[in-house]
Design a protein around this ligand. Sequence first.
Ligand code: FAD
Length: 515
Amino acid sequence: MTRLKKVLVVGGGTAGWLAACYLAKAVNAIDPQSVQVHLVESANIGLLGVGEATFPSIRGTLSAIGLDERRFLVGATATYKQGIHYRHWVRPEGATGNDHFFHPFSVPSQRPGGPELLPYWLLGAAPEGMSFADAVSMQSRLVDQNRGPKRLTDPDYQGPMNHAFHFDAACFAKVLAEHGQQVLGVKHHVATVERTELDEQGAIARVITKELGELTADLYVDCTGLRGSLIGHVMKSPFRSRRDVLFADRAVAMQVPYERPDAPIPSYTISTAQEAGWIWDIGLQKRRGVGYVYSSRHTDDERAEEVFRRYLGAAAEGLKAMHIKFETGYRPEHWRKNCVAVGLAGGFVEPLESTGIALVELATYLLTHLLPGDTDDMERAARHFNEMMVARYDRIIDFIKMHYCLSQRRDSPFWIDNADASSIPQTLRDRLAEWKHRPPHRLDFVSDLEMFLVSSWQYVLYGMEFKTNLEPMRSAYPRFEEARREFAMIQQVAANAADDLPDHRFLVEKMCAEH
Ligand code: FAD
């Protein structure tokens, strides 16, 4: 029996520093002497540098590691994110009918004892033509009026509207690095791992760096990004591609200045569907982060950059674009022997719903929870960890695929292929078949395995104009008039709520000024 005394995180991107901070905080809370957390990062190998939109879980994570919200906003040049606005996803631009929808982070209003509103929305109790999201949540109207999700007086990471953040990925890693070293006691080394030696059981015995010689630990956390230097190259844990389901495998990205320094900052990600993928558009404090995610099977890099520049217009003149390759998929064995992958080293799902950093948070949380006191328990912890991660990946992949396969776009081979049943996982096909007769319900989901709440499935499903025919069940929903009053009430509250919340840019600037 050997007590686990030292963890070495290899890699200093978002994944590396989040993992190091979270582990150090958890260990400190028990006994700072018990386990040491070290992080080694290369000065020569850069970060990926994208990954600017997050998921609401980030608030819990930042709060758990004790990072002050104002310090975070200043350091990471962050803004608030209240959801995702999907443009031209339902139908192509210019087609007859609605082509957009909003996926808000706040859950539908539910008065205690009141009727669940979704069935009544399906049965027509909401004002005619009103989207599900608008009928049950005030968030889209608030973001349309440029409202932030919280007031200046709200406690750190809290506010009336559920939210996440947008930030500059490189700046975020720097804030975490400072916090990890200065507050949480993470030991930092700057060196490039060149070689790894295994012991007789096939576990990692040491990593050899160019600058500092050998570094040893009981557990190695591979955060080397898409390289997967330890988990892939050394531990030979295979990668399971899911490109058959989610086709996007390239991105072209750019950092674009605002037209005016006081331009309004949207507090949501804009996702605009294109002929072979979609474009993200994110407002940070001083610039936009924009990128076209596309499938190399359906377009080429040159055409993608042309489409991307057309979207950006004059704003992109004279700016250089960055091209990135990736693949949706994951390592079923994220954790093998004494090596566990966190972040891109373990896997990635194309960024439509910003799940990359959320998966880092999940892996870090699980790792901390399962961290074996004794190195002999490593294999059992690894089995548990791998099972949970695989389930999460598969559920996320289904959720993202739903956006594509429900689109009514058939204007290019990319969208035609996405609707092809052979590219839709059976689990998703089954769910969609059931939801034709009844709406998604909490009981359809095993909550610990899902990243997305039932409300997210509902917002996207009905935002994409999916049809659930509840007419044969109408008599099971007798609270129609009550539901009608609830819908009217939500509209009334929404009209007043805008007065209570500050302008988004004002909120960000004021929070930063108070730092
Ligand atoms: P990286 O940022 O690549 O960091 C790797 C680190 O490892 C670096 O510090 C490097 O120096 C170090 N390293 C590598 N090799 C060695 C070595 N041999 N020795 C020492 N150090 C080494 N996620 C989101 O949540 N939201 C998004 O909107 C989003 N958008 C994305 C868009 C695209 C196109 C892509 C590809 C990804 C996106 N992601 C997004 C994912 C997100 O970027 C990553 O999850 C996140 O940045 C974590 O990256 P990482 O730390 O694993 O890797």
